[in-house]
Write a protein that binds this ligand. Structure first.
Ligand code: FAQ
Length: 311
């Protein structure tokens, strides 16, 4: 049974009002947001690694400048999102500690390697494409700070997606060897991109409550379907084939029928057993430890300034 506060809260949600940090909210709502926003922030930060891997090897100065800007944008997204989570009473340091202790997740997709330059195209096209498909509806999420962060982030993500598609166009319409690299990248990133939307609805433990609270606006399967429907014509335009022999247009539903990803692989990646989980976590922990002197220096400086003001 709902308490009077819970009922009033749900009525606000149902009316489409935004919830702000100082408003009363159920514990579960706060916890769910900290989990989702924190996981989202971690994904932006860990998500810099597969692309950062190619900054020094981008094929032209222009591609390098574009990739640098994109990876910096991801850092910015991570920071907006940590700030949104902080309004719920958890600090960025606590969230990072939980990530490093393996107690918080980040998106499964970033545990796959980027083996060659075409992979950077595929990440922009498919991974940012999937990210936008998920984030556009989150601009209307019920928690004000998360919703506002999503509005800014989506603007940048759409540029990211276009730069990825632009790389894919160059590769797919290039030499035969480049075309083969583009197809190979699509083959490897297709199913991991479908996994980004989360488990199928029947296995999604949080969807029902998160949708009642309008934290989530769509189910995982709804967004995965929209992503497939949007991406198949783009692959056709590139002259590449989606690695799914069961992909067929379904007139009745007005969308494609497609093969599910291998869900056992997905759950293995979530458990830490994906191809790059260990490497990603080691890189983050090392970056955190290597940066300790900067944080210590800034704190010492702040203390000195405060002491000087008191004197
Ligand atoms: N990876 O009950 P549900 C980006 C977990 S975009 C890992 O369905 P929920 C941009 C889930 O946490 C990527 N874990 O969960 C970029 C839960 O476990 P828990 C980030 C996953 O929350 C591009 C369990 O499975 N975007 O970074 C995944 O209702 C390029 C059960 O699942 C977001 O985070 C997964 N794919 O729905 C950056 C968007 N899927 O926590 C750099 C915001 C599920 O109970 C380069 N998040 N799990 O232990 C969401 O929309 C939702 O959280 C979902 C999952 C849809 C991801």
């Amino acid at each position: 049974e709902m308490s009077p506060e819970e009922r009033a809260f749900q009525e606000r949600i149902d009316r489409g009002e935004k919830i702000e940090p100082t408003d009363w909210m159920p514990d579960g709502y706060r916890k769910t947001l900290i989990r989702q926003i924190g996981q989202h922030a971690h994904s932006e930060i860990v998500g810099q690694l597969p692309e950062g891997n190619w900054i020094t090897r981008a094929p032209t100065l222009e591609r390098k400048a574009i990739l640098l800007a994109k990876v910096q944008d991801e850092a910015g997204h991570g920071l907006y999102l940590y700030c949104a989570a902080e309004t719920l009473g958890v600090s960025r340091d606590e969230l990072i500690e939980l990530l490093h202790a393996g107690k918080m997740k980040y998106s499964s997709i970033f545990n796959y390697p980027t083996l060659n330059w075409a992979d950077i195209g595929a990440v922009g096209w498919l991974v940012d494409g999937a990210a936008i498909m998920n984030q556009v509806p989150l601009q209307r999420t019920s928690f004000g700070p998360y919703s506002r962060a999503m509005i800014r982030i989506c603007k940048e993500e759409s540029f990211h997606q276009r730069q990825g598609f632009d790389i894919m166009m160059k590769m797919a319409k290039g030499t035969e060897a480049q075309r083969r690299m583009a197809q190979d990248a699509l083959n490897r990133f297709w199913y991991p991109s479908l996994m980004m939307f989360g488990p199928s609805d029947k296995d999604s433990v949080h969807s029902a409550q998160s949708m009642a609270w309008k934290i989530k606006i769509n189910t995982n399967d709804e967004l995965r379907q929209k992503f497939v429907d949007q991406t198949v014509p783009q692959a056709e335009y590139l002259g590449l084939s989606i690695p799914d022999e069961h992909l067929t247009w379904n007139e009745d539903k007005g969308g494609f029928d497609f093969s599910e990803p291998d869900w056992s692989e997905f759950f293995e990646v979530l458990k830490g057993n994906g191809p790059c989980n260990r490497e990603r976590m080691d890189a983050r922990v090392k970056a955190w430890e290597d940066g300790a002197w900067v944080r210590d220096g800034l704190m010492a400086h702040a203390d000195k300034r405060a002491a000087a003001r008191q004197a």
